[in-house]
Ligand binder design. Sequence first.
Ligand SMILES: C[S@@+](CC[C@H](N)C(=O)[O-])C[C@H]1O[C@@H](n2cnc3c(N)ncnc32)[C@H](O)[C@@H]1O
Length: 214
Amino acid sequence: MNIQSKTVTEILVLLVVVLSGTTILTLSVATTNLTIPVIISGAALVVAMIAAVSIMGPSVTGAPWVPTSRKLVTKVLEMAKLKPNELLYDLGSGDGRIVITAARDFGVRTVGIEIDPFRALYSRLKISQLHLKDKARIVRGSFYKIDLRNADVVILYLEQQTNNRLRSKLERELTKPDCRVVSVIFEFEGWQVINQDAEELIHVYKLPSDTKTV
Ligand SMILES: C[S@@+](CC[C@H](N)C(=O)[O-])C[C@H]1O[C@@H](n2cnc3c(N)ncnc32)[C@H](O)[C@@H]1O
């Protein structure tokens, strides 16, 4: 299934959920003596459950949504030393700010991988609105399952245990010459560091490493 049809599917699923909810509520009101406060509480519970899944799910699978500040986005991308036509991945792309800025201001091709369907949908709409569809796209899914072998640059702002879990995948798949991994805050111990901002905690690594590490 391509990205466009995935987006359409997600919009349809959302519509079905909203329409079913509305229908159930209307039928409940028509057939029972539900009071307004009970209906409002029910609706609030449904909204809270959707929000909880959206917030808690990614924390379990990799990292919660904490966006990189706008100022740091530019800094991270400058430190990656992007070249024209390179392909950049953002693992856990959130609202798409890194893939959008990289495609719009640095002219590279970008892919964001995001597990949260709402943020994936939001960033796809933003990419569409900014006419960046030929340069930037969002894959809705888990970064553990996406093949990264065509990446030149991989950006991560996740958690230390998620970096540790991704380590062997990145070592196995990032084999193009001059691949860079930029990790915000969290590190990859033992990898070759080629650029670093000790204050903002941005680490740029080269893979495959020029030197063998033990
Ligand atoms: C700390 S936020 C970083 C967002 C964005 N990269 C930025 O810098 O603004 C981490 C993101 O990773 C997403 N995430 C967590 N686990 C994931 C997984 N297994 N696959 C894809 N995305 C995931 C979360 O939903 C969240 O949006």
